[in-house]
Design a protein around this ligand. Structure first.
Ligand code: S3P
Length: 178
C-alpha cells in the first residue's frame, strides 16, 4: 500500500499545489498543516501571527502535527517551519515518506513574495530575511527528508508525478530489504 506522503520545504516551494496534485493521482486525502492551524484557531495565518506571535503559531502547528500521528492515506503539505521542532520532526517521520520540495533561492523568493500572506517576510529587507531563514533551515530539511526534489524547472504536475514515483520506489526498496 502507498504510504502517506509528507511534503516539507521552504516557503514558495509549491508544497500545497504539488500536494493537491499528488492527492488527485493517488486518491490519498490532501491535508495542509497551515489550513488545519487556521481552522483550529478560526483565523488566517497572518492574523494568528499578529494575535499570538510566532511562538503561539508554533504551538498550534505542533498540536496539529501531533494530532495527525497514526492517520493513514494522506498527502500532507507542511508549513515551511514545521521542521524546526524535534517533536514535529518525530511526528512527520512517523507519518510516512518525507519529500523535500526545493528550488533555486531566486525562484523560491519570487514565489514566496507573490502574496503578502507570509508574516515572516514582512520585514524591512525581505530578501535578507528570506536568505537568513533559508540558510538556517537547509540542513534540517536535508536531514529530515527521505529525498529532495528540485522543482525549479518543472511545473506542479510534473513535480507531483516524479515525487510520487520516487516515493513508490523508496517504499518498494524498503520492502525488499526487510
Ligand atoms: C512559515 C511558512 C508558512 C506558514 C507560516 C510560517 C515558515 O507556510 O506556516 O507563515 O516558518 O516558513 P508556507 O511554507 O506554506 O508558506
Amino acid at each position: 500500500m502507498l504510504p502517506n506522503i509528507v511534503l516539507i520545504g521552504f516557503m514558495g516551494c509549491g508544497k500545497s499545489s504539488v500536494g493537491r496534485r499528488i492527492s488527485s493521482l493517488t486518491g490519498h486525502r490532501f491535508l495542509d498543516s497551515d489550513e488545519l492551524v487556521s481552522g483550529a484557531d478560526n483565523r488566517s495565518i497572518p492574523e494568528i501571527f499578529a494575535a499570538r506571535g510566532e511562538a503561539g503559531f508554533r504551538e498550534l502547528e505542533s498540536s496539529v502535527l501531533a494530532s495527525l500521528v497514526g492517520v493513514v492515506g494522506i498527502v500532507l503539505a507542511t508549513g515551511g517551519g514545521a521542521i524546526l521542532r524535534e517533536q514535529n520532526r518525530g511526528a512527520l517521520r512517523s507519518l510516512g515518506v518525507i519529500a523535500w520540495l526545493d528550488a533555486e533561492p531566486d525562484i523560491l523568493f519570487e514565489r514566496a513574495t507573490r502574496s503578502n500572506k507570509r508574516p515572516l517576510l514582512q520585514t524591512a529587507d525581505p530578501r535578507k530575511t528570506f536568505d537568513d531563514i533559508l540558510d538556517a533551515r537547509r540542513t534540517s530539511y536535508e536531514t529530515l527528508a527521505d529525498f529532495r526534489f528540485d522543482s525549479s524547472h518543472c511545473d506542479h504536475d510534473e513535480a507531483a508525478k516524479r515525487i510520487l514515483d520516487q516515493a513508490m520506489r523508496r517504499t518498494r526498496a524498503e520492502k525488499n530489504t526487510r
